[in-house]
Design a protein around this ligand. Structure first.
Ligand code: CU
Length: 142
């Protein structure tokens, strides 16, 4: 094998690897799945929990699997509920965690903030007169 053909093979190999990486689905197998219903009564619901609450580990990847049902009102763009993560201490938004839901099932691959502590999820769509009550605790463990 000549040097030139070796180099060419390496190049083709790298190109093939890049294509492979680009087409790997973003739903990582390691991501923990968290299922939430954003319901028509302007409440988040999690199966098996009386008061819904999410507890995760700092920096971990989660797959948020949402089923959303329309309340009484919704946004012009068709979003029926929101899901925005705020730091509890100062109510500032966490980057990348400002989600809007459409009716039905949808998934979001998200990375938990690196800073452990208390957070809160709030709905950002005026989904009914009970919209203000649409929030839940979100705890990030070290
Ligand atoms: Cu809502």
């Amino acid at each position: 094998m000549t040097t030139r053909s070796t180099i060419r093979r390496i190049f083709v190999g790298i190109a093939a690897a890049s294509v492979f990486l680009a087409t790997v689905p973003r739903t990582s197998a390691q991501a923990r799945v968290i299922e939430v219903t954003a319901d028509s009564d302007s409440r988040y619901k999690i199966a098996g929990q009386h008061t819904p609450e999410i507890t995760v580990k700092a920096g971990e990847q989660i797959l948020l699997r949402v089923t959303a049902h329309r309340g009484k009102t919704w946004n012009r763009d068709g979003s029926i509920h929101g899901f925005t993560l705020l730091r509890a201490k100062d109510r500032t938004k966490v980057d990348g965690w400002d989600l809007l839901f459409k009716p039905g099932a949808q998934e979001f691959l998200l990375t938990v903030p690196k800073e452990p502590g208390a957070y809160e999820v709030v709905c950002t769509v005026i989904c009914s007169e009970d919209h203000e009550g649409m929030h839940m605790k979100f705890t990030v463990l070290p």
